[in-house]
Ligand binder design. Sequence first.
Ligand code: DQA
Length: 147
Amino acid sequence: RKVLVLNGPNLGRLGMREPEVYGSTTHQELAERCTEAGSRLGLDVEVRQTDHEGELVGWLHEAADAGWPVVLNAAAWTHYSIAVRDAAAQLPAPLIEVHISNVHKREPFRQHSVLSDIARGVILGLGVDGYLLALRWLADHVADNAG
Ligand code: DQA
């Protein structure tokens, strides 16, 4: 079963970017950990990252049309992009929102997500392991024939 892992702006700079907040794992390593965990779990995981909002919106449309579950770290767009929310709201399969950092320990502008109320669940503050936990949940809860 196919699952998309979608990462928003600045996440391509993981490993270099504020390592005290986001850790030392690079986006490439994150992508490898997700695809490896996916194959152990029987999931065909594809990881994509973009700094362009319209590109993320297009990927969400693709997932909506294909019926793929999505693990989404929309990064800064989480906090204000109604366009990303409206695209994510079209997904027929579960959406899991992931954040590497515990946004509730951080600045007030990170405390609100425009995605959380349409997500099946939210995982935050557990570093890049949060993506693997999301994949484990999808493997356990989403039927093989559901898209
Ligand atoms: C983030 C948290 C966001 O507030 C921030 O803009 C990011 C990353 C996280 O994974 O902790 O870019 O989504």
